[in-house]
Design a protein around this ligand. Structure first.
Ligand SMILES: [Mg+2]
Length: 106
């Protein structure tokens, strides 16, 4: 599946009754909430003796992607452009791959 196809398919389940402002608010709150669900899984592993539930993280990362798509959609961005922009930025910052010195002295 192409990235922009994901965005289109995911947005089939966006509530059409929400205003643009409410979609943006729902998006940023949802993104933080779903990211928090990932954190909670790792926290249970690190601090509470649970097995690391990779499948649950796999599922939650999908939820993170949905809210990322929602925010992109309401702001008129394509997910593919956002991801490409991020890669371009990282290539500039770390042309030879990650280097601690380049991270410290950005
Ligand atoms: Mg979730």
């Amino acid at each position: 599946m192409e990235i922009n196809e994901y965005q289109k398919l995911a947005m089939r389940t966006l509530n059409p009754e929400l205003s643009e402002k409410d979609v943006l608010i729902n998006g940023v709150m949802g993104l933080c909430g779903e990211s928090g669900e990932v954190i909670d899984i790792v926290k249970k592993h690190l601090a509470q003796g649970h097995e690391l539930d990779k499948q649950a993280i796999f599922d939650e990362l999908g939820d993170v992607a949905w809210y990322l798509a929602e925010i992109a959609e309401v702001l008129g961005f394509k997910l593919e452009d956002i991801l490409q922009n991020n890669i371009d930025k990282l290539k500039k910052r770390y042309p030879e791959g990650f280097e601690t010195e380049k991270s410290v002295n950005r």
